[in-house]
Design a protein around this ligand. Structure first.
Ligand SMILES: O=C(O)CCC(=O)C(=O)O
Length: 397
């Protein structure tokens, strides 16, 4: 089916999918409306002629109709009720419209955005086709200019009274960690355990921009998720860096559990802490989160249902912790949505409204690059970035 008119990027992209039409099974694995299967089959048929004049346009259009139709169904119900069939239909729509873009000789950026949308909201169909295509496009994408350097004065470091300081340990044995911290559920800062992770030497704002600048991700805007003006938006990592890390457009946080699946190159630079083997579940069930943002991002006092290792890659974070036994004293929100979040502003508490807050016993630390904080299950934690910061957390059970 080579036509000589095909741009090389399209040829490389097409080669990522199984060859002849007949081999391209497009399972949906879930209920969809009756218009979806014939449209899917049409996209598949159009793929064959997409390298010929007019073919690319038809594929782009058909893919976009599938994508837009599925997008509506993705947004018609609460997220957890959206069925597998619609998520896959959306992913196929993204894939076919991205391929249509490339077949038409258009630039890589819009196709890459479509791959990311498919990965974020859909599924990685056809054995990882979206991730493979995104990897190809990222290498063909014109590199972003590195972010402008800005000089900022270092923020003052909060004073942590020695009696409140979270204890520090250097590379404890598994048994020591288990008996003294995991079983009694006590927080501890672990040092030396991530020294060999490549991220500690490689990662910087420039590096993140180079590897992930052209990728679309969800970001949180506003200083903390309990604020009224807090919102979420999709943008490229490069735009996020320009606006919120380098620019002074307020506070934004790239706080994401899908980043490492979306960009495997970053995942290769981190390791799962050995201590996670003390958990009952296997490694595949560990959730790995990225936390990237400027100085001043705040995660309000909240608790999570799993054990956590919070690993600091660059920048420093001021962290305050208190035990679940103090839950009453930190005044959790009453609503179902925020019942794991305290109503109290930890660094400026309203003691008239929340008088028992003084009874809560806090421990604190300034988490430095290369340190890993163990936060036991349901331990309340408050986090404020003192610098532009990248942390990786591992939720395990
Ligand atoms: O680093 C942060 O801002 C929050 C980290 C956190 O809450 C977590 O890992 O559970």
């Amino acid at each position: 089916m080579s036509s000589g008119l095909e741009p090389p990027l399209w040829v490389a992209a097409r080669a990522l999918l199984p060859g002849p039409e007949a081999e391209l099974a497009l399972p949906l694995d879930g209920a969809v409306e009756e218009w979806v299967p014939p449209l899917l089959r049409r996209c598949r048929a159009l793929l064959e002629g997409a390298g010929r004049p007019g073919g690319a346009r038809a594929l782009r259009r058909a893919g976009a109709v599938l994508r837009d139709g599925a997008w509506e169904r993705l947004h018609a119900a609460p997220w957890r009720e959206v069925g597998e069939g619609w998520r896959r239909a959306f992913a196929y729509g993204c894939l076919f419209s991205a391929l249509g873009e490339l077949a038409a000789g258009r630039p890589a950026a819009p196709a890459l955005r479509l791959c990311d949308l498919g990965l974020l909201l859909g599924r990685d169909v056809l054995g990882g086709a979206l991730r493979r295509l995104a990897g190809l496009l990222r290498h063909r994408h014109r590199p972003r200019r590195p972010p402008q350097k800005v000089h900022r004065d270092l923020a003052p470091v909060p004073v942590v009274p020695p009696e409140d300081e979270v204890p520090h340990l250097h590379c404890p044995s598994l048994e020591h960690f288990r008996d003294n911290y995991l079983i009694p559920q006590r927080p501890v800062v672990l040092e030396g355990i991530m020294d060999h992770w490549p991220c500690t030497k490689k990662w910087s704002v420039d590096y993140i921009c180079e590897v992930a600048g052209c990728r679309t991700v969800p970001v949180e805007l506003g200083s903390q998720y309990t604020d009224e003006d807090w919102s979420q938006q999709l943008m490229t990592v490069g735009d996020f860096i320009d606006r919120y890390i380098v620019g002074e457009n307020g506070v934004g946080y790239l706080a994401q559990h899908q980043l490492f699946d979306q960009i495997p190159e970053l995942k290769e630079d981190i390791n799962i802490p050995d201590y996670c083997c003390l958990g009952e579940e296997d490694e595949d069930n560990i959730t790995i989160n990225a936390w990237f943002g400027p100085e001043g991002t705040i995660s309000p006092l909240h608790q999570d249902p799993q054990q956590n290792f919070l690993a600091q890659v660059f920048g420093r974070k001021y962290i305050r912790l208190c035990s679940p036994q103090d839950s009453e004293n930190v005044y959790p929100h009453e609503s179902q949505m925020l019942h794991n979040t305290s109503q109290v502003d930890v660094e400026d508490p309203d003691l008239v409204k929340f008088p028992n807050f003084t009874k809560a016993a806090f421990q604190s630390c300034v988490l430095m690059p290369g340190q890993v904080l163990f936060i036991p299950v349901k331990y309340w934690h408050y986090v404020r970035s003192l610098d532009t910061s990248f942390s990786v957390s591992f939720w395990w059970s």
